[in-house]
Design a protein around this ligand. Structure first.
Ligand SMILES: *[C@@H]1O[C@H](CO)[C@@H](O)[C@H](O)[C@H]1NC(C)=O
Ligand SMILES: *[C@@H]1O[C@H](CO)[C@@H](O)[C@H](O)[C@H]1NC(C)=O
Ligand SMILES: *[C@@H]1O[C@H](CO)[C@@H](O)[C@H](O)[C@H]1NC(C)=O
Ligand SMILES: *[C@@H]1O[C@H](CO)[C@@H](O)[C@H](O)[C@H]1NC(C)=O
Ligand SMILES: *[C@@H]1O[C@H](CO)[C@@H](O)[C@H](O)[C@H]1NC(C)=O
Ligand SMILES: *[C@@H]1O[C@H](CO)[C@@H](O)[C@H](O)[C@H]1NC(C)=O
Length: 386
C-alpha cells in the first residue's frame, strides 16, 4: 500500500500529568472496507497494537481509546466537539442491529460498577438515529477514572452513517446546552467536576506529517504550547454556548493572485470528529468548481484530479484579523481504493441547505493547534510548527 491516508487516525493513551490527561494520536495506513474480519481480529488487544487495519474509508475519523466499567473494557471513541452526549453500542442490541453487532458492546451485567438508570432515549435527525437506555458507569482514560458517567447504551444505531465508523461510539465535547438529555452531565464536565483535571480546557494538537504514524494528541485539562507560533495565537469568543461556535471575518480562496471571497462575517464550529470542512452548499459548490472538482452524489463529496491536486487554490480563513491558510497539498485527501487512486476535496456541502455555519474539521484542525476553554468561553488557535 503506497498511499497513506493522513486523515484516518486513531488515538492511544500516552501520559497523564498533574491534573491533565494527554493522549497521542496515531495514524494507520488506509485499507479498504472489505477488511472486516481483520478489523474484528485486531480488536483483541487494542491497548497494545497501534497498527490496526482500518475499516473506515473516504472520510477521516479520529479515535481515542477509553475503558468502561469494572473490569474495564476498551472502546474506541470519537471525541466529538460537535456533540455533548456520549453513547456506546449495547450488548442488548438485537441481531438485526448490524452496526451494533460489528462493534464493541457495553455489557452492564459484566460490570460491577454499573448503575442502572433505564431512561429510554431516542435521538434522530436527517442523518442518523440512535435509541436505547441511559446507563451509568465508570469511564477510564489511561489510569484516571471518571465516576458516574451517564451515557446512552444504544440498542438501535442507524446503518447510515455509522456502518463506516471504525469507532464504537462517541464522547461528546460540546457544551451541556447542546445535550439532548436534561440532567446528564457530559463527559468533560464530569472530569472537571470530579477534579480529575484542574483546568477547564482541552486541546487538540495534531499534525499533518504523512511519514510518521504519530498524528498528534488530545490534552484534557490543559494546553501544550511548545510547538506553536505563539505570535499567531488568536482568541475567538464563543458566540453560542452550545457548539463551539465562533465568528469568522471572512473565508476566501486564492489562486494565482486571484481571490474569490466565499463568505464574510460567517459563523463556524469546530468538528474534531471528521476531516472535512462543511459549508453552505452554494459556497462549497463555488469553491469546488474552482478546483475543477467533480461531485459524487452518493458520497456527497467532490473528487479532484490527483495529478493537479497540489496546485489547487489556497483557502484563507480570516479569524479576528489573522489569516489561517490551508494548502491543497495538505487539505486534499489522497487515497488508494481497490487500486484506484482517488483524491477527495475536503469541502463538503451541508446536507441542511438552511445551515448558516461552517464546520471546520480535520482538514483545518490538523493544520492549527486549538484550545477549547470552557471557563473563558474562548477557542484559542495558533499555527503549529511542523
Ligand atoms: C497488530 O495487529 C495486526 C492485525 O491483527 C497484526 O498484523 C500486527 O502484527 C500487530 N502488530 C503488533 C505490533 O502487534
Ligand atoms: C437517570 O439520569 C437522569 C440524568 O442524570 C436523572 O435525572 C434521572 O433521575 C435518572 N433516573 C434514574 C431512574 O436513576
Ligand atoms: C425522527 O424519526 C421520526 C419517526 O421515525 C420521524 O417522523 C422524524 O421526521 C424524524 N426526525 C427527523 C429530524 O428526521
Ligand atoms: C457516584 O454515584 C454514587 C451513587 O449515586 C455516589 O454515592 C457517589 O458519591 C458518586 N461519585 C461521584 C464521584 O460523584
Ligand atoms: C488570548 O488569551 C490568552 C490566554 O487567555 C492571553 O494570554 C492573550 O493575551 C490573549 N490574546 C489576545 C490577543 O487577546
Ligand atoms: C497566472 O495567470 C496568468 C494570466 O492568467 C497566466 O499567464 C499565468 O501562467 C498564471 N500563472 C500560474 C502560475 O498559473
Amino acid at each position: 500500500m503506497k498511499c497513506i491516508n493522513f486523515a484516518v487516525v486513531f488515538l492511544i493513551f500516552f501520559t497523564t500529568g498533574e491534573g491533565r490527561i494527554e493522549m497521542d494520536i496515531y495514524k494507520t495506513k488506509l485499507s479498504h472496507v472489505g477488511k472486516l474480519k481483520k478489523y474484528k481480529a485486531s480488536l483483541n488487544d487494542p491497548w497494545k497494537n497501534d497498527s490496526v487495519v482500518l475499516y473506515k474509508y473516504l472520510n477521516g475519523e479520529y479515535y481515542g481509546l477509553i475503558g468502561v466499567g469494572s473490569p474495564s473494557k476498551p472502546f474506541k471513541v470519537i471525541f466529538d466537539t460537535t456533540w455533548a452526549d456520549s453513547w456506546l453500542p449495547s450488548s442488548h442490541c438485537d441481531w438485526t442491529e448490524i452496526v451494533c453487532k460489528l462493534h464493541n458492546q457495553y455489557d452492564s451485567s459484566a460490570s460491577s460498577s454499573y448503575v442502572p438508570n433505564g431512561t429510554f432515549v431516542k435521538m434522530n435527525n436527517s442523518e442518523l438515529s440512535l435509541a436505547g437506555i441511559l446507563s451509568t458507569d465508570v469511564f477510564r482514560l489511561a489510569h484516571v477514572k471518571v465516576q458516574n458517567q451517564t451515557f446512552l447504551e444504544a440498542t438501535h444505531i442507524s446503518f447510515r452513517p455509522f456502518w463506516q465508523y471504525r469507532a464504537d461510539g462517541i464522547i461528546g465535547l460540546a457544551y451541556q446546552e447542546q445535550s439532548g438529555w436534561s440532567g446528564v452531565m457530559p463527559f468533560f464536565y464530569n472530569l472537571v467536576r470530579q477534579k480529575v483535571v484542574t483546568e477547564n480546557v482541552f486541546t487538540f494538537y495534531m499534525n499533518r506529517d504523512e511519514t510518521t504514524n504519530k498524528a498528534g494528541r488530545v490534552i484534557f485539562g490543559g494546553t501544550q504550547r511548545q510547538n506553536i507560533k505563539v505570535d499567531t495565537m488568536t482568541n475567538l469568543t464563543v458566540i453560542e454556548k452550545k457548539f463551539w461556535m465562533i465568528m469568522m471575518d471572512s473565508v476566501f480562496a486564492e489562486k494565482n493572485k486571484t481571490q474569490t471571497v466565499l463568505c464574510e462575517k460567517c459563523k463556524a464550529i469546530f468538528d474534531s470528529s471528521s476531516n472535512t470542512i462543511v459549508g453552505p452548499p452554494d459556497v462549497i459548490q463555488k469553491l469546488n468548481w474552482q478546483m475543477n472538482a467533480n461531485f459524487i452524489p452518493v458520497l456527497n463529496m467532490y473528487t479532484v484530479s490527483c495529478r493537479q491536486y497540489a496546485k489547487l487554490p489556497t483557502v484563507h480563513f480570516v479569524l479576528d484579523g489573522n489569516e489561517f491558510i490551508i494548502q491543497s497539498k495538505y487539505y486534499v485527501q489522497h487515497l488508494i481504493l481497490e487500486n484506484v487512486e482517488v483524491c477527495l476535496s475536503p469541502f463538503v456541502p451541508s446536507t441542511n441547505p438552511r445551515q448558516d455555519y461552517w464546520e471546520l474539521g480535520g482538514a483545518f484542525m490538523m493544520e492549527f493547534y486549538t484550545e477549547f476553554d470552557m471557563d473563558a468561553n474562548v477557542v484559542r488557535i495558533a499555527q503549529t510548527i511542523f
